[in-house]
Design a protein around this ligand. Structure first.
Ligand code: SF4
Length: 75
């Protein structure tokens, strides 16, 4: 799972993210950004693109890669 956080105070509604990863980011109206807080690993590359494209760097993609064993140990 990839965790996503958007600093909505920074977000200016440029919609770059919604354009690059529409499954995750949707813009409602001029400046109301809705986003999925989690996404599949398969979306990671797309998310990285969206985060890089955001003109105000408002998108944070969980950069910590937890080894699979550590994750299963925790459960
Ligand atoms: S690209 Fe950045 S500023 Fe634009 S809508 Fe997405 S989070 Fe907001």
């Amino acid at each position: 799972m990839v965790r996503i956080a958007v600093d909505l105070n920074r977000c200016q509604g440029y919609a770059q993210c919604a354009f690059l990863a529409p499954e995750i980011f949707t813009l409602h109206g001029e400046e109301a950004l809705l986003y999925a807080p989690e996404a599949d690993e398969a979306q990671r590359a797309k998310l990285a693109q969206a985060a890089a494209a955001c003109p105000v760097q408002a998108i944070l993609v969980d950069a910590v890669d937890v080894p699979a064993e550590a994750v299963s140990d925790a459960r």
